[in-house]
Design a protein around this ligand. Sequence first.
Ligand code: SIN
Length: 312
Amino acid sequence: MSLSHQPLMEQFGAEVSGVDLVAEISDDLLDELVDALYTHSVLLFRGQHFKPADYARLLHRFGQPKVETRKQFNIRDFPVVSTVGNIEAEDGTPLAFFNRNGEAWHTDGTAACHTNAATFLHAVEVPKQGGDTMYCSTVYAYETMPEELKQKLDGARMLCSFHAHNDKIIARDPDSHAALTPEERAALPDVWHDIVQTHPVTGRKSLYMNRQPIGFDGLEEKEGNTILQQLYEHATQPHLVYRHRWTPGDLIVWDNLSSLHSATDIGPYENDRRLMYRSLVYMTPTTHPLVNLDEINAIFTDSEGKGALVLP
Ligand code: SIN
């Protein structure tokens, strides 16, 4: 079988049609999908109306899903499926993680060592306006960077911290999610990453960036932060960005080694509902396996091993 693709952008991205990912997928189809993901970096599928069980099954086909750290938003019985959006229970309890930050370009998973990770984001409910997600290619960004900057970044590393990012969200919006326990914090240690990565499958070089590294190796701190800011601006120039307007049933899967993504301003849909399923899947091969993922996943799963969230 050969998948049918339409490009999303000249530099990256493809809409894949003619597949039903809600049903079980064959090994041959899986190989084609993984190949397409590494080739195009961002894949869009339409008309996929997942139940959490179908979604969890699909994630496990691609690799080892991570149980999200904001565990109150991991769906009961399917803790590898997490929610983002703004829906709430009748008493105002959030039923999805709502990051009010709006636009903030990033790569998922840079605060863990396993770099070959794909994010799955699926639209369940979408607002009438807004709630779009944006993407760009960090392979294209690397390829179009000045030679002297490539040389400067050769071997440069950044120290990434989940807590540097998450503590700020909690400080700004204490009701957004429960603060991590000491055991949960300890399970997420800081990690060094090369800023320029070589993809373990395609061999292509790309920029791997973190918004607020807590240290640099091979760059002075001020210089490192200035360069990262320039790299974000270079990668996210408006003509290089694909902006997706969601329809219920859309699924976008992206390769975090070769793309950046960003949510958009929450203003247009503050009085409307948005619910997405979001999961991160660790794929192989990878240069830095997360050897204790099962242990970490257990820490972020509730005491009955089931996940916490019951959607109405
Ligand atoms: C994300 O940043 O992973 C989610 C983006 C979105 O909700 O649009």
